[in-house]
Design a protein around this ligand. Structure first.
Ligand code: THU
Length: 133
């Protein structure tokens, strides 16, 4: 499959996951999707909690879903929100994305399509990871 249609499939998977976002406190719904090395798309949405602090972001839900299904090799991640500009992964998600995905491509989009293409290396320079232990 050409790269543009894989990107489009990943964006669609993130947009679809966003529909299930549980965000009654912030009303900020986020969808994320990971592309595995064998071309599967695994989506996640943010799941908020009344304690606020127990809220989990869409990116981490997607990672934990994938890992719990035995998938640990990823090519790309896409984050989708209903905003005019891109939504960048938070610091906690960057740590987790680095841990499980390394220097993968990161796409950020909205309802209209992909707005930003970058990499984890750009978003998360000088990470702390297993090489430091
Ligand atoms: N959120 C995500 O799910 N991913 C991001 O990249 C940014 C923030 C969620 C967490 C919370 O439910 C809401 O967006 C507002 O911060």
């Amino acid at each position: 499959m050409p790269k543009k249609s894989r990107e489009n499939g990943l964006w669609k998977a993130a947009k679809k996951a966003r529909k299930f976002a549980h965000a009654p406190f912030s009303n900020f719904k986020v969808g994320a999707a990971l592309e595995t090395d064998d071309g599967e798309f695994i989506g996640g949405c943010n799941v908020e909690n009344a304690t606020y602090g127990l809220t989990i972001c869409a990116e981490r839900v997607a990672i934990f879903k994938a890992v719990s299904e035995g998938k640990q090799k990823f090519k790309r991640v896409c984050i989708v929100t209903d905003t005019d500009g891109p939504t960048s992964p938070c610091g906690a998600c960057r740590q987790l994305l680095w841990e499980f995905c390394g220097n993968i491509e990161v796409l950020m989009g909205n309802r209209d399509g992909i707005l930003v293409r970058t990499t984890m290396g750009e978003l998360f320079p000088m990470p702390f990871d297993k090489k430091d232990l």
